[in-house]
Ligand binder design. Structure first.
Ligand code: F6R
Length: 261
């Protein structure tokens, strides 16, 4: 795992976007795993700008989102399909038929989860997975005690997540209590993972995820097992990390990051 500390949220999102954009330029057929949430809005804004200004091309890429609420129509502004269309897809030259999210309205949700996994496999697996982190440590909606080998499935949301995400629904009691999410195992199979976290509200969980012991109570700790996981944080989210100076030294000195400094 590598940790990169940036001065603020804007710089952290800009760096994440540059890393992603390079992957896409190197491989226009990229299979891209996407996340939603407030943190990602900034990344999608940067990606749209790169498309408009530098003609970053999405025409051949395929995308898989990490998760979707159970029971919401795609036209519902709280659905993740709506979020993706609104923040990214309709602003870039992506073919919507190449954008996949779990169908939270499927009659048979378990079958839909199996189908989602099979589609990821059929398209060759995920090349690059973008991730955010919840305040209690989830990636996707892999809530505490998600098995480290779990696959796409339905998960009940924790009180922390309901509280974190209820704003748009007009209250916790009005939001779905379940979501479909790629499993921790699904995420670990992607070839590269990039987790972005910003703001002081993520400081505690970032320290646990990066420097704490691997535990299914905090699914983001599983990224310590991944061969190529990069964590980008701003100063606020980095504030509880013990080895900050070491991470900074690596970013400033290792040739791999030369183009990004
Ligand atoms: C959503 C997802 C979640 C979020 C996480 C952080 O698709 O995968 O794991 O990334 O809850 O959300 P924000 O950025 O709103 O704090």
């Amino acid at each position: 795992m590598e940790v990169i500390i940036q001065p603020n949220q804007e710089a952290a999102a800009a760096l994440a976007t540059r890393i992603l954009a390079r992957e896409l330029r190197d491989n226009p057929n990229l299979v891209l795993g996407l996340a939603t949430g407030q943190t990602m809005e900034c990344v999608y804004r940067h990606l749209v700008r790169l498309h408009q200004i530098e003609k970053l091309d999405f025409s051949l890429c395929r995308t898989f989102n990490l998760d979707e609420y159970v029971g919401l129509f795609p036209s519902d502004p709280n659905s993740y399909r709506y979020y993706m269309n609104h923040h990214l897809f309709r602003h870039v030259n992506i073919d919507l038929r190449n954008t996949y999210l779990p169908n939270g309205l499927a009659d048979d949700l378990d079958e839909e989860c199996r189908r989602y996994e099979a589609t990821i496999q059929r398209l060759g697996g995920i090349d690059f997975q973008l991730l955010g982190i919840g305040k209690a440590g989830h990636i996707g909606f892999n809530e505490p005690l998600s098995a480290l080998q779990s696959r796409t499935r339905v998960k009940a949301l924790t009180p922390t997540t309901l509280r974190q995400n209820c704003a748009g629904f007009g209250g916790e009691d009005k939001m779905p209590r379940r979501a479909m999410t790629m499993g921790v195992g699904t995420i670990l199979e992607s070839r590269r993972c990039l987790l972005l976290a910003t703001g002081s509200s993520k400081a505690k969980v970032i320290a646990q995820a990066v420097e704490g012991p691997i535990t299914s109570m905090i699914s983001a700790t599983a990224l310590q097992l991944h061969r190529r996981a990069t964590v980008i944080v701003d100063e606020a989210a980095a504030s509880n990390l013990v080895e900050k100076d070491y991470y900074r030294w690596i970013f400033e000195n290792e040739p791999e990051w030369e183009d990004y400094r």
